[in-house]
Design a protein around this ligand. Structure first.
Ligand SMILES: *Cc1c(COP(=O)(O)O)cnc(C)c1O
Length: 438
């Protein structure tokens, strides 16, 4: 099917051509290049509330929300004002600062699952540091990860399952030595048997298991509570640390993230995205005992020139304070549910092979009726549908992340009216995707 562009994209197209002369692939993060959808990537110049405006002056209702951080929507006044107030006093000192204390205290005092926290500058850095900490604490070196979970571009985690029975990983990127990939074992999600077999066999070498407790980087692969509980118990049994990578789920499904949602105590939690209110912040956190292994208190080295940068700290603080307001998460979930239900009943009535998976304010449009809980259940061919959907939505003023494997985020700035408008547009786009089904 040929996708006909009816909106103006000249400015974005020209900027993309220019960008390609200076940056590999014209971008600074691969999925931004629109490789799996049509047309040049949009260059966004402004965002307000739930809407973004591109360089050609097209406006879109945004469900990407900078890939998750903007749970309050774009340009939230209290975040903006906090950043401006802080920046007037300078941008960085490389010393301890009061704003870091304030954000740390706000997080730790309102989260039953952590006692101490270390700020870094990205989710990847948080994960990389958490893995090192787990290795330092246990004195063991191997890591278990799950197929379909993304943990940033950490060398040893850009790994997929090898062939045959051996579960040792094979790297998914050039530039990762085989010896690094071999330190990682890759298991399927939602499979307690595979987990048990692997732990029985290798537990003496395994430092930690890392999981996105709410896997949201390869579709939305919701896990059963029982699987996560099993994971917790097995880790205790075999002396393996459990890392919840909450870079997406942290502060998204509740202030205490997935740990709070499932009421499961991991050993280490990583944060990113929402924690910085739209500025580059990541963090890892754990019990005081585990965190005592981090330098300068302990022997696990980890440092950062711009860590706990005051401007970023004040943005995070302003944002997280909003999340602690009464009923914040309840309201966000309710309006997301309303939108998802409206879309699902439309798809069901039309007999479209579509389901919309949801948890809290995260949703994912899957072109399948299967109960998808593991990566291998996603049919790559179904992404052709997404490509049409994405294109059609851009023509009509709705922006989804440019890949069918990406989830959507609803922010507090999306009003019921905005969501009703989006539902109308998504219905229209689905009719284009499935023209022959009546
Ligand atoms: C986004 C993400 C990361 C990486 O964070 P960056 O800030 O992009 O480095 C790690 N883990 C999960 C679960 C993520 O969603």
């Amino acid at each position: 099917m040929e996708l006909v562009n009816t909106i103006k994209r000249e400015q974005s197209a020209a900027l993309y051509e220019e960008a390609k002369q200076y940056f590999p692939g014209g971008v600074h993060s691969p999925v931004r290049a629109f490789k799996s959808v049509s047309g040049p990537p949009l260059f966004i110049k402004e965002g307000n509330g739930c809407r973004i405006i591109d360089e050609d002056d097209n406006t879109y209702i945004d469900f990407c929300c900078s890939w998750g951080p903007l749970i309050l929507g774009h340009n939230h006044p209290s975040v903006r004002e906090a950043v401006i107030a802080t920046i007037k006093k300078g941008t960085s000192f490389g010393t301890p600062n009061r704003l870091g204390n304030e954000l740390g205290k706000l997080i730790v005092d309102n989260n039953r699952f952590i006692e101490k926290i270390r700020f870094v500058s990205s989710g990847t850095e948080a994960v990389m540091s958490a893995i090192r900490l787990a290795r330092g604490v246990t004195g063991k070196s191997k890591v278990i990860k799950f197929e379909g979970c993304y943990h940033g571009h950490v060398d040893s985690l850009l790994v997929k399952a090898g062939s045959g029975l051996a579960t040792f990983g094979v790297s998914t990127s050039a530039g990762i030595p085989e010896s690094f990939a071999k330190e990682t074992l890759v298991l399927p999600l939602n499979d307690p048997k595979a987990l048990d077999e692997c732990l029985q066999k290798y537990h003496k070498d395994i430092a930690c298991i890392i999981i996105e407790p709410i896997p949201a980087n390869n579709g939305l692969l919701l896990q059963h509570q029982s699987f996560l509980e099993c994971l917790r118990l097995k880790c205790y049994k075999y002396g393996v640390l459990l890392i919840f990578d909450e870079v997406i789920s942290g502060f998204r499904v509740g202030f205490e993230g997935a740990a709070g949602h499932y009421n499961i105590q991991p050993d280490i939690i990583t944060y990113g995205k929402i924690i910085g209110g739209g500025m580059p912040v990541g963090a890892y956190a754990a019990s005081a005992e585990i965190m005592s292994h981090v330098a300068p208190e302990g022997a696990v080295y980890q440092a950062g020139t711009l860590s706990a940068n005051p401007v970023a700290m004040s943005a995070g603080y302003a944002a997280l304070q909003e999340l602690l307001q009464a009923d914040f998460y309840k309201n966000l979930e309710e309006k997301t549910t309303k939108m998802v239900k409206a879309l699902q009943s439309f798809c069901d009535n039309q007999l479209y092979p579509v389901q919309i998976r949801q948890i809290g304010s995260i949703f994912w449009i899957a072109f399948s009726k299967e109960d998808i809980r593991a990566a291998d259940q996603i049919d790559g061919a179904s992404m052709d549908y997404f490509k049409i959907l994405h294109h059609e939505l851009l023509q009509n003023g709705v922006y989804l992340g440019p890949s069918g494997y990406e989830v959507g985020f609803v922010s507090a700035a999306h009003t019921d009216r905005d969501l009703e408008e989006a539902v109308g547009k998504i219905k229209h786009a689905l009719r284009v995707v499935f023209p022959s089904i009546v």
